[in-house]
Design a protein around this ligand. Sequence first.
Ligand code: F3S
Length: 78
Amino acid sequence: PKYTLVDQDTCIACGACGAAAPDLFDYDEEGIAYNMIDHNTGTVSIPEELEEDLEDAYEGCPTSSIKVNQQAFEIRSS
Ligand code: F3S
C-alpha cells in the first residue's frame, strides 16, 4: 500500500499535483495542497487505482513536497 502527504511548509501552491491526481490532492484557501483522503495525515492507504496518479504528482512536484511512504506516516503535530 502507499501513503502520501504534502509537506505544507515547502509547497509553493504550484497546482501541479491536483492536475496530476485530482482525486487525491486538493488545495486550501491559500492554494497549499493537501491529501484529501486522510486530511493530509498520511495514515490512510490510497486506493490502488490512484497509485499511478500519485506517482505522476510525486514526480511532478517542483519542490518535492509530496511525500510517499509504503506505510502510514507518523502523526505529526503541525
Ligand atoms: Fe504544492 Fe507541489 Fe502540489 S508545490 S501544489 S505540493 S505539486
